[in-house]
Design a protein around this ligand. Structure first.
Ligand SMILES: C[S@@+](CC[C@H](N)C(=O)[O-])C[C@H]1O[C@@H](n2cnc3c(N)ncnc32)[C@H](O)[C@@H]1O
Length: 329
């Protein structure tokens, strides 16, 4: 098998047609980078999420939880300074903690003082500071997939007229990589769908990054939720779709079903976060159960390319859409 100097497989060399990749080694490696919360905090965090969901969390407990959060944030900072976790890991851990704090604010009646403490933690201790990597990025959810993607999707590089969609573009990191590494053939383009509402300035950072990477001409940005926008895209027209938007289980299922209609026969559909470092099959946050359900519905109509932290499938050249429930194929 020949690989050029960018690590890209030459046309005709399609690594994904080799054995499907079910290795959990890659998932373990990624988990090690991202699961930065201490074991003790992580287990009380999961418990807290569970009880928030069941509405059994006693509001009297919130100050103690906020105390744990403060200690965990300090610990994360120290471990980062000591070189024990990466900058991307630190940013990821802080985002998870911010998510918990937001849920406490949304789900509990808080005293003014607790509310102020949380606001201070969010504003002071969790700054939306940019990572030191080039570009305006506050998160890195993608770079650890680059080598794997090059190996499995590199055969696309240079093909003319490729049409791709990304659901969930955030600050454009994966979008720029896709454009710079896969969509380099003439007339190829990527549609990026995102509400760009995670934090003020997210969309401006996306625009900046896409421009700075020289990708603007190949990207069509559409602001909004995929569940509302995907029905407007043309069926059977896309060569490559990356699903990395909402992680709510029913949203993922809906995205999967709608994208299946959009992928052309022979096209690729890729899901992120099949495994999740923090929410194993629970809290409606892991994409895994939705992806499993979807794959069950289209069984026999795809070729599995890999299934580890992410899942990638190739739609069969002959595919019949989603199988009616309860009827044998
Ligand atoms: C994990 S980030 C995407 C990261 C990006 N793919 C990357 O690797 O750089 C998830 C993104 O999904 C977006 N999102 C959330 N709900 C969405 C929805 N219903 N439709 C489209 N995007 C959504 C969020 O705004 C966020 O930017």
């Amino acid at each position: 098998m020949t690989v050029n100097d960018k690590g890209i497989h030459q046309p005709g060399e399609d690594a994904s047609r080799a054995r499907p990749h079910r290795s959990s080694a890659r998932a373990t490696q990624i988990r090690q980078q991202l699961a930065v919360l201490s074991d003790r905090f992580r287990s009380s965090y999961l418990d807290c999420f569970q009880r928030l969901q069941e509405r059994t969390l006693d509001e009297q407990e919130v100050p103690a939880i906020v105390g744990d959060v403060t200690a965990e944030l300090e610990d994360l900072g120290l471990r980062y300074q000591a070189g024990q976790i990466t900058e991307a890991g630190l940013a990821y851990g802080r985002t998870q903690i911010r998510d918990l704090l937001q849920r406490l604010v949304d789900g509990c009646e808080l005293t003014t003082q607790t509310r102020r403490t949380i606001d201070r933690l969010v504003v002071d201790s969790l700054p939306r500071s940019l990572l030191s990597a080039p570009g305006r990025y506050t998160q890195d959810w993608f770079s650890f997939h680059e080598e794997h993607w090059r190996r499995h999707f590199g055969h696309l590089a240079g093909q003319p007229g490729l049409q791709a969609v990304e659901i969930g573009s955030f600050e454009g990191r994966s979008a720029c990589w896709i454009v710079q590494n896969l969509l380099i053939g003439e007339n190829s383009r990527l549609i990026c769908i995102d509400p760009f509402a995670d934090y003020p300035g997210q969309e401006a950072n996306f625009d900046h990054n896409v421009r700075a990477a020289g990708c603007a001409e190949r990207i069509v940005k559409i602001r909004g939720r995929s569940q509302q926008l995907l029905p407007y895209l043309a069926a059977g027209s896309y060569d490559f779709i990356y699903v990395d938007g909402s992680h709510e289980v029913l949203d993922v299922l809906q995205d999967a079903a709608m994208c299946w209609r959009l992928v052309r026969p022979g096209g690729l559909l890729v899901f992120d976060d099949y495994e999740h470092s923090l929410f194993p099959n629970s809290f409606g946050m892991s994409a895994g159960p939705a992806i499993d359900t979807f794959l069950g519905l289209v069984k026999g109509q795809y070729e599995l390319i890999f299934q580890d932290w992410q899942v990638a499938v190739r739609k069969n050249r002959r595919s019949h859409g989603i199988r009616p429930l309860g009827r044998p194929v």
